[in-house]
Each structure stands twice: as structure tokens, then as C-alpha cells.
Write a protein that binds this ligand. Sequence first.
Ligand SMILES: [Cu+2]
Length: 218
Amino acid sequence: MTVVGLVDTRHEYEHLFSIYVPIAIGVFAVIVLIAFGAVLVYRRRPPERAARWHENNPLEGTYAVVLALTVAFLLYLTFTAEHRVDTVANRQRPAVTVNVIAAKWEWTFVYPAYGITHRSGTTGRQPLVVPANVPVRFNITSADVIHAFWIPHVRYKHDAIPGSTQVATLSFSTPGLFQGACAEFCGLRHADMVFNVRVVSTARFRAWAQSGGKAPLT
Ligand SMILES: [Cu+2]
């Protein structure tokens, strides 16, 4: 079962990245060329009178306009992607809801519909199990300090804040095993606050969930 119009965070942010990076490389190249050009052109030579002009309005005006248009273009793309990830995705009807509770130094994944609780971090290594190609709702919170729920495979990271619940709806397009971690320094054993994400087919997920987490995942 594939949901039409599923918001794919990996695709959204990779697309954004593919636009930001060439612009950043271009800006870097221009700066390096101007710096080395200036070094070559203005290297030590016999003394001469200093130039009297000190401004160039057309050049400065063009520079300001190009800069403003580039920033406006990037802001537009960024806010469009954020809107799709934060608002459009959260309007989708989730196939599964997982409550994510971060704590020093452990993740607790609760599946309220199935009575399943998995833990990963300093006390164990039970994976976060999700079905592929359907919207999965995460209610993210923290039991103590600020942590951050990070799954690099889907290019997604969100703070877990005590006393508040952050909602995220993610979709995972490929079955497999992926890494997750806390991305906010939260104390001495922060580095142990890791988990695996096990993405399985919807049929396998259903069998696993309905067995209360006992059916095999592979
Ligand atoms: Cu943490």
C-alpha cells in the first residue's frame, strides 16, 4: 500500500541541499578568485599615486540586488519545504502512531495501539519498528532535558522538549535498517543514546504489531 502524495523528508531536503550547495560553491569560488586576483594585480610595485575614486554605485547596486534575490529565492524554497514537512505531512492520516520519549540516556518507543514498548540506549538496543511507504506519526517528548530525535536516513531531526509534545509525520520509502541518535548534547552518556530504525513492509509490520511485538521482523 503506497499513499499518494506522501511527503518524503529525504527527497524534500536533498532537493533543497542540491540548490544550496552549488550556490555556496559559486560564492566561495568568486571570493577566492577576487582575493587571489587582488593579490596578483596589486602586488608590490614601484610607487604610484593612489586612485581617487572610492565608490562604484552600479557595481554595488547590482551586488545588493543579486544578494537580495538569492536570499529571497532560498527563503522561499526553504519555507515551502518546511511547510510540506511540518504542515502538509501532519495532515495525513497516520497508519501508525509512535510515542517517542527521550530521557537520559534512553529512547522509549511506545505503540499505544498495540501495547508494545521498545527501549534503546544505555539499557538495551530494541529498534524503532516502522512500516514502509505509509505516514508514521511521532509524538516526541522528553522526560528530563532537551534531546533531539535524529534519523539521518530520512534527513529528519527534531528537538524533544520536556513538558511539550512535538508532532512529526515521516515516511520511510525503503525497507532496511537505519541508524538514529540523540542530536543534542544531553550529558555524559549522550553518545550512547542511539537506536536503530527497522523499516519493514506493511504486511510484516502488521504481523509484528498484532503479535504484540513477538513475530519476527526478518
Ligand atoms: Cu539526548
